[in-house]
Design a protein around this ligand. Structure first.
Ligand SMILES: Cc1cc2nc3c(=O)[nH]c(=O)nc-3n(C[C@H](O)[C@H](O)[C@H](O)COP(=O)(O)OP(=O)(O)OC[C@H]3O[C@@H](n4cnc5c(N)ncnc54)[C@H](O)[C@@H]3O)c2cc1C
Ligand code: SF4
Length: 328
C-alpha cells in the first residue's frame, strides 16, 4: 500500500479549500475508500477525514413534509430512525439488508451511493486487467467473460456493470435528492440519475464533480406503503443478485400510484417507468398487474451468463409490490 498523509477536516471550508485537488481523497466511514487504496483503485497522496464535520449527522423533518438526512449519518442510524421506519420502510429495509451490522455502524448514507461496482475485473488486483472503468479505453473484460452478476438493462459494449448499492435503489424509488455543496454553490441531484449509464459516461461512477461534498439526502412525502426485497446467494453480508424497491398508494383496493425500482440489473437503479403508469387502476397481485410487470422486461438484454435475472427480477418486483401493499 502506498503512503499518504491524513488530516481531519474541521469545517466545510476546510474541505472546499482542498477537495478539488486530484491527490486528495475524502474519507467518511472509510469502508470503501480504504479498500480502493489497498487494491490500487485510488492512490491519494492526502486523505481528508470528513467524518467529524459538525452538523452533517442530523436527521430532521422538513417544513412542509419530507425528511433531511445528514450525509454523515451512519447507515444503522438512518435505518433505525423512527421517522424512517414508519414513513419510509423501503429505505430502512434496504439499509438493513446492506453489508453487515459492523459495517453499517461505520458506513455513512452519503458515502453509500459513491461505492463503486463490484465487477470482479474492476476490483482485480492485477492492474493490467482490461476494464474501461479502471483504465479508460482498455476494453471490457466482462462483456464476453464472467458476466453472471452483470446488467440486463442499459448497458453498452463499453461497460456491462451494475451498481451495487441497496439504499440507492430505495432512494430512487422514493424520488429522493442528493444535496451537495461546493465552493460558491450547491446542487440538488436526483438519485434516479446520480449514476451515469455507460451510454452517457462509460468511465464515470457518479455525476458528482471533484470537490463537491454531499451534505444531505432529502426525501419527499412519506411513503408508508413501501418495501424492499433483496435476493442474494446468502442472507447476510452479500450484494444483491437482484433487488426491488416498491412504493404504492392504494384507493378502494386499486393502485392509485406505484413506483418500482430494480437493483442489480443496471449501472443505476432501474425504474419501471412505463409499468408504473400501467399499474394505475389495477389490484396488486392481479393477473393484469403481473402482465404489466412481465411486459417491463421485454426490453431487457441479457448477457451470456445472466438470463436468469429476467425471471428473478420480475418475481422480485411482484413480491416487493405485494409486500408494499401489505404495509400500513
Ligand atoms: C464487505 C462489504 C460488504 C458490503 N455490502 C453492501 C451491501 O450489501 N449493500 C450496499 O449497499 N453496500 C454494501 N457495502 C458498501 C458499503 O455500504 C459502503 O462501503 C459504504 O456505505 C460507504 O460509505 P463510507 O462512509 O464508508 O464511504 P467511504 O469509504 O468513506 O467513502 C467512499 C467514497 O465516497 C466519498 N465520500 C464519502 N462521503 C462523502 C461526502 N459526504 N461527500 C462527498 N464524497 C464523499 C469518498 O471520498 C470516497 O470516494 C459493503 C461494503 C463492504 C466493505
Ligand atoms: S463491466 Fe465495466 S467495470 Fe466490469 S470490466 Fe467491463 S468496463 Fe470494467
Amino acid at each position: 500500500m502506498r503512503s499518504f498523509s491524513y488530516a481531519r477536516a474541521r469545517s466545510i471550508d476546510d474541505v472546499q479549500a482542498c477537495a478539488a485537488d486530484d491527490d486528495v481523497a475524502l474519507l467518511a466511514g472509510g469502508t470503501e475508500l480504504v479498500n480502493w487504496i489497498r487494491i490500487g483503485i485510488e492512490r491519494p497522496q492526502r486523505v481528508l477525514d470528513i467524518g467529524g464535520l459538525p452538523g452533517l449527522r442530523e436527521i430532521r423533518r422538513l417544513e412542509g413534509g419530507g425528511l433531511r438526512i445528514g450525509a454523515l449519518a451512519k447507515l444503522n442510524e438512518v435505518a433505525q430512525h423512527p421517522d424512517v421506519v414508519s414513513g419510509y420502510p423501503v429505505l430502512s429495509q434496504a439499509i438493513l439488508k446492506s453489508a453487515s451490522a459492523q459495517l453499517r455502524n461505520l458506513a455513512t448514507i452519503g458515502g453509500n451511493p459513491l461505492q463503486r461496482t463490484r465487477c470482479p475485473y474492476f476490483r482485480s488486483e492485477d492492474p493490467a486487467t482490461p476494464c474501461n472503468k479502471r483504465i479508460p479505453g482498455s476494453g471490457c473484460s466482462a462483456l464476453h467473460g464472467l458476466n453472471d452478476r452483470h446488467a440486463i438493462f442499459g448497458w453498452t459494449e463499453d461497460c456491462v456493470a451494475v451498481h451495487p448499492s441497496d439504499p440507492a435503489v430505495a432512494l430512487a424509488c422514493l424520488d429522493a435528492f442528493i444535496v451537495t455543496e461546493y465552493a460558491g454553490g450547491g446542487r440538488r441531484l436526483p438519485v434516479r440519475t446520480f449514476h451515469p449509464l455507460p451510454g452517457e459516461e462509460p468511465t464515470g461512477h457518479s455525476v458528482l464533480r471533484p470537490g463537491e461534498l454531499i451534505v444531505a439526502i432529502e426525501l419527499g412525502d412519506a411513503a408508508p406503503q413501501s418495501a424492499y426485497l433483496k435476493v442474494r446467494e446468502r442472507e447476510s453480508y452479500e450484494f444483491a443478485l437482484v433487488s426491488a424497491a416498491a412504493a404504492v398508494e392504494i384507493e378502494d383496493g386499486r393502485i392509485s400510484r406505484a413506483r418500482v425500482a430494480l437493483g442489480g440489473v443496471a449501472a443505476r437503479a432501474w425504474r419501471l417507468v412505463r409499468a408504473e403508469q400501467e399499474l394505475i387502476g389495477l389490484s396488486v397481485g392481479s393477473a393484469e398487474a403481473t402482465e404489466v410487470i412481465t411486459g417491463a422486461f421485454a426490453e431487457a438484454r441479457p448477457l451470456a451468463m445472466n438470463g436468469y435475472k429476467i425471471p428473478l427480477a420480475r418475481n422480485t418486483a411482484l413480491r416487493a409490490l405485494a409486500l408494499a401493499a401489505r404495509q400500513s
